[in-house]
Design a protein around this ligand. Structure first.
Ligand code: 13P
Ligand code: SF4
Length: 301
């Protein structure tokens, strides 16, 4: 079959398998276009928990598919690109977290959703970039171990009186932006609104107009009156920005902001995953049962 027939074959297989396709805002445009839901991590976790279907095809990275498997153990969860990982999620292990917990016995643990299921199983509550501040302020403890993203931890610390103990992990894509890049972009596009993701460094956040999750950035572009925007997050978001806000102009803060793992999924892989019901993502029952509490506490907020 030539490549042009693949989207139709995906739709046919999707019906046959009673499958839903979830895609993150950083996925390739053609993958986003065949998905049932395209969203940020929080929206995709909610969709995985709530939508009907026997099969979830996760076009994203491994921790997202794991979260879906934890929330919907009765469903078959497929990750078409099985090596699509999040290097930040792998910057902390459950053993390392247990050690930090033993040093701060009164602290609660907030884990970014970008973590393994084993780390979630050691945590009190999960958060995403969309709700980190609300999650931190929702828990009774005054001391919080926040893993693994140091930048999101420090961003949340700006909006709470609690003591935040950050783990020193970071996103390879967002941690590379600099304040000088923001100055240059502002100079090139005077009047453009600067929107950045909270995985950026504090000095980059300091020079932004708004800080938001990927879907938060999409919402700002849709709803703000201004016509020009500088976008400080992974370039995959530009596809949805163009589709949803064709009257606005969005300039990437850097064209190098590419998450190679988010780009590993292609349409042929999605078709093959639906046809073979492989590669599957599963989480051992005992780990899943312990991790579910942290995720469900977040979803209940
Ligand atoms: P959000 O889409 O939740 O803002 O997260 C960005 C990200 O880097 C996911 O890996
Ligand atoms: Fe992980 Fe960063 Fe890629 Fe998101 S963009 S999956 S945080 S490496």
């Amino acid at each position: 079959m030539d490549a042009s027939g693949i989207p139709d074959e995906i739709l046919r297989l999707k019906d046959e398998r009673h499958a839903i396709i979830l895609a993150h805002n950083y996925q390739r445009g053609d993958v986003q276009d065949i998905a049932d839901v395209v969203g940020d991590s929080l929206e995709l976790a909610r969709a995985a928990a709530q939508m009907d279907g026997d099969v979830i095809v996760f076009c994203g990275v491994d921790f997202m598919a794991e979260t879906a498997a934890v929330l919907s153990p009765e469903k078959t969860v497929l990750l078409p690109a099985p090596d699509a990982c999040c290097p930040m999620a792998d910057m902390i292990t459950a053993d390392q977290l247990r050690l930090v917990k033993s040093r701060h016995p009164d602290a609660a643990v907030v884990c970014y959703v970008n973590t393994t299921a084993e780390v979630k199983a050691e945590s009190d509550i999960c958060c995403t970039s969309a709700n980190a501040v609300a999650v931190v302020n929702s828990i009774p403890e005054n001391e919080i171990i926040f893993v693994p993203d140091r930048n999101l931890a420090r961003y949340a610390a700006r909006f709470t009186k609690k003591t935040i103990i950050p783990w020193e992990g970071y996103c390879l894509v967002h941690d590379r932006y600099t304040a000088a890049q923001v100055s240059r972009a502002r100079h090139l596009h005077p009047g453009a609104v600067v929107l950045v993701h909270p995985e950026c460094r504090p000095e980059v956040i300091d020079c932004a107009d708004h800080v938001a999750s990927t879907s938060g950035i999409l919402m700002h572009v849709r709803t703000l009156r201004e016509k020009e925007f500088i976008i400080g997050t992974e370039v995959g978001i530009l596809h949805r920005l163009k589709k949803e806000s064709p009257d606005k102009t969005c300039y990437p803060l850097s064209l190098d902001a590419v998450c190679v793992n988010m780009k590993k999924t292609g349409l042929t892989m999605v078709r093959n995953a639906l046809a073979s019901l492989q590669p599957r993502v599963t989480v051992p029952v005992e780990t899943a049962d312990r991790a579910r509490g942290a995720i469900e506490r977040m979803l209940a907020l």
